[in-house]
Ligand binder design. Sequence first.
Ligand SMILES: Cc1cc2nc3c(=O)[nH]c(=O)nc-3n(C[C@H](O)[C@H](O)[C@H](O)COP(=O)(O)OP(=O)(O)OC[C@H]3O[C@@H](n4cnc5c(N)ncnc54)[C@H](O)[C@@H]3O)c2cc1C
Length: 370
Amino acid sequence: MSRVAVIGCGVVGAAIAYELSQVPELQVTVFDRQPPAQASTGAALGVLMGIISHKVKGNAWDLRRRSMRRYETLIPELEGKTGNTIPFNRQGIVLLCFEGDDLQSWQHLAQTRHDQGYSLGLWDLAELQVRCPHIQNSRLIGAIHSPGDRQLDPTALTLAFVEAARQNGVTFEFNNPVEKIESLPDEPIHRLSTSAGVVEADWVVLSAGLGTTPLTQVASTPVEIRPVLGQAIRIKVSEMLGDRHFQPVITGEDVHLVPLGNREYWVGATVEFPTDAEVRADQAQLEAVWQKAIALCPALATAERLQAWSGLRPRPHNQPAPIIAPLVGYNRVLLATGHYRNGVLLAPATAQTVCKMIMDAMVMNEESKT
Ligand SMILES: Cc1cc2nc3c(=O)[nH]c(=O)nc-3n(C[C@H](O)[C@H](O)[C@H](O)COP(=O)(O)OP(=O)(O)OC[C@H]3O[C@@H](n4cnc5c(N)ncnc54)[C@H](O)[C@@H]3O)c2cc1C
């Protein structure tokens, strides 16, 4: 048996734990300094912009393609195993287009996606107004509908991953921070200092989001993950917006309107880069997002604001998001971190990639013995 320590139980760590729990040769323990889905994951809107993204090739597209495909089987699988409901909106994403937008680039993307086996609908203004009558703005010229994109509840998903992984034998140690990872160059075993004592592991997976930076300070190449703050709100309207049978996520000018049922919606999110060491939510930025949302959907003006919150997205400094790779200079320490704005979208493919890295190394190790 190989012992795997997963550090961090946001959506990424939980997805990894579930994926690894299906490998009989692995004994998996997940550590988190708090309960699951409390950090970035707990603030996320769960919009999965895979097919509608402009990534068309390479690793960025491959991660999106694999995640979107896996989600279709994952949600019923997790619901079946756990009995939990995971709110999963299958009505797609409608991306609004405005005067001055480059429609040719959307036509080009629609053709590429068609060739890849997906569809994107290019709607003119008349079609948008029939399908989404609640969306009204004089600068609109149409929309792109991506029926294959999805939205889900990130907390419900993470808790289902935890429950399903637990059923498969994974141990979860919540409220148990990892303070230090000690790995000696010539020794295959890692020692993790936790608040409950020292734990040994053959593999360490660092899915600690912003907590990755302090844990890699001793490494020859430390990994710097910086926070980008996001604020969002939950609102309730007196009547469901638009067509009650067609409730996709609507996104325009970087504002998402996410239907939750029961006349409730999430609206967000701000993208706030910290200006100094302290990261503070700026009320004016949330207000700007809210005003943009009202400008797209005037009926929101009379909505009741139920709740507002903020979270910190983990963004890699000086390298692209996400980082899914071995930690330089360390044997069997894998980074699965820095997913920035797309951690929920990319969690399933990240988990598959980490699992494959461990399995491939185990096979190579076995082969080297024979
Ligand atoms: C407002 C907002 C909206 C968003 N909307 C979307 C969206 O629509 N779609 C999308 O795909 N993404 C979205 N995101 C981004 C998404 O939330 C993140 O990319 C994702 O949650 C990252 O997941 P994670 O598991 O890597 O990190 P986290 O959820 O931050 O989890 C990291 C975990 O590691 C733990 N940890 C850290 N250090 C230690 C330590 N030393 N010991 C033990 N545990 C430790 C933390 O407690 C935490 O639980 C949004 C983010 C925000 C803030």
